[in-house]
Design a protein around this ligand. Structure first.
Ligand code: C2O
Ligand code: CU
Ligand code: CU
Length: 494
């Protein structure tokens, strides 16, 4: 089974610990690395207890799913839109009783949904009203690197930063989150994330449900651990292989339910978790349709019985409730845990239809060559890409815009196995050419910016940049990213 394999992680950590010990004893490993190795091991030992944190099924009353508000522009003039996004501290009432100290954009937890249209000229004033540095990264958006919000675009506490870009891509479910050096994991964990939806005028997707919060519903799926005092327990449960929590939150709601009032329901799923991998399915085992991947609509709907999303990945799915018993319910699950209860109203309004064709993407052509190779390896604190730990001041790769490249990414297992990584690239959308030499599954044949990489797996990606600048590629398990499983490519305009 291709899931997070706990035993492998445990064994992997052990083998790494032994290996570090041997290297130190034999004097091969220099002291600074040794120190880091020991820290890593302590982290890993913590992780060995933390790594099997399972989701707990909530009991009792359901709570109405919270729907993030849509961000209104400050000004709209023709094609130009100006927005303000403020990063702030706050308190959030997740359960009755004590409120939790949280972070949010324009609010106390998560952020508003930003809806942009292809062709618009966007300006965003980013205000940092927290006590620490941050950046705002538009995950999946095709923008020049000055606007991308990577670790170089720091906004100091109290400071503002103005970014502008033109929306050049097709309709898609993207998202935004912080990306400061070494602090991405905790800032996302404490609440910094929001959705960014791109719309366009394509005729093909016209019939899809599109009433936000009614039949077109975003689901930011995250897991968290709380202390007895209802505070986020980031350090108490710290795991260098990625934070796993026992409590599932959807749009910040624990034990969420949604009232279905239409025959068709479009769900925009974001795995906004630091590390957890979800296998979404319906409680009655019935199939659903995936209509979009990270960067836009698939050419045709793909029928699935389960859908895996690793951290950072998105998918839009379509559920049909036509003919379902009124007053009944269906659960969106991940494994054995309820993600969202769907309560079906007495009478379901007819809405849209399921288009047979959703997009007209050309088949991705494999040149057969390899332009760049990336090897993901290690665990815990000792993760790397091509043997290197991220250094802001080192440019790892150089490339040009408007050039098709094949990237071969390999998740190198260690002696005892290894683990899944989630490979993400900034500044563009790519196509998956092959997975271990075979054509990718049907639902990975559209635009992607993040791909799941099982231990031992090799994927070939067709990458083309249209925007110049310095772009990150990294594992989207946020603690791996923070621990340096990241590199950067400088793309020059051709
Ligand atoms: Cu969603 Cu570099 O990140
Ligand atoms: Cu990104
Ligand atoms: Cu990773």
């Amino acid at each position: 089974m291709k899931t997070f394999n706990i035993k492998r992680i445990l064994l992997g950590s052990l083998s790494l610990a032994i290996a570090v010990g041997l290297l130190v004893m034999s004097g091969i490993m220099p002291i600074p690395v040794f120190a880091q190795g020991m820290m890593g091991m302590r982290g890993m030992m913590g992780g060995m207890h933390g790594s099997d944190i399972q989701l707990v099924q909530q009991e009792g009353e359901y709570k109405a799913l919270s729907i993030p508000p849509i961000l209104e522009p400050d000004t709209a003039d023709g094609n130009a839109r100006h927005y303000t996004l403020t990063t702030q501290q706050g308190q959030t009432q997740f359960r009755q009783g004590t409120a939790t100290q949280t972070l949010g954009y324009n609010g106390s937890f998560l952020g508003p949904t930003i809806v942009l249209k292809k062709g618009e000229d966007i300006q965003v004033r980013l205000q940092n009203r927290m006590q620490e540095e941050t950046t705002v990264h538009w995950h999946g958006l095709i923008v020049p690197s000055e606007a991308d919000g990577g670790p170089h675009q720091v906004i100091k506490p109290g400071a503002d930063r103005e970014v502008s870009f033109t929306v050049k891509q097709e309709a898609a479910t993207l998202w935004y989150h912080p990306h400061p050096m070494g602090r991405t994991g905790i800032q996302v964990y404490e609440g910094l994330a929001g959705l960014l939806l791109v719309e366009d005028d394509s005729e093909l997707g016209r019939d899809l449900p599109a009433q936000y919060g009614v039949d077109d519903v975003p689901l930011v799926v995250q897991d968290r651990s709380f202390t007895a005092g209802m505070q986020f327990d980031y350090y108490g449960t710290y795991n260098p292989d990625g934070m796993l929590g026992d409590t599932l939150l959807v749009n910040g709601t624990i034990h969420a339910a949604f009232d279905v009032t239409t025959q068709l329901l479009r769900l925009r799923l974001l795995n906004g978790s630091n590390a957890r991998v979800y296998d979404f399915r319906l409680s009655d085992g019935s199939p659903f349709l995936q209509i979009a991947s990270d960067g836009g609509l698939l050419n045709e709907p793909v029928a699935l019985q389960s859908l895996r999303l690793t951290p950072g990945e998105r998918a839009e799915i379509l559920l049909s409730f036509k003919g379902m018993q009124p007053g009944g319910h269906l659960d969106l699950m991940s494994g054995d845990t309820n993600v969202l209860r769907l309560n079906v109203a007495g009478e379901l309004a007819q809405n849209g239809s399921i288009p047979a064709t959703l997009n007209n993407l050309a088949a991705a052509i494999d040149s057969g060559g390899v332009d760049r190779r990336f090897v993901l390896s290690g665990m815990g604190m000792m993760v790397s890409i091509n043997g290197d730990i991220y250094d802001m001041n080192r440019i790892d790769e150089y490339g040009f815009t408007q050039t098709d490249e094949v990237w071969e990414v390999y998740n190198r297992p260690d002696m005892m196995g290894g683990m899944v990584h989630s490979f993400h690239l900034h500044g563009t959308q790519f196509r998956v050419l092959t997975r271990d030499g075979a054509a990718p599954p049907l639902n990975e044949r559209g635009w992607k910016d993040t791909v799941a990489m099982d231990a031992g797996e090799r994927v070939r990606l067709l990458v083309r940049f249209s925007e110049p600048g310095l772009f990150m590629y990294h594992c989207h398990i946020l603690e791996h990213e923070d621990n340096g499983m990241m590199g950067q490519i400088e793309v020059k305009a051709k």
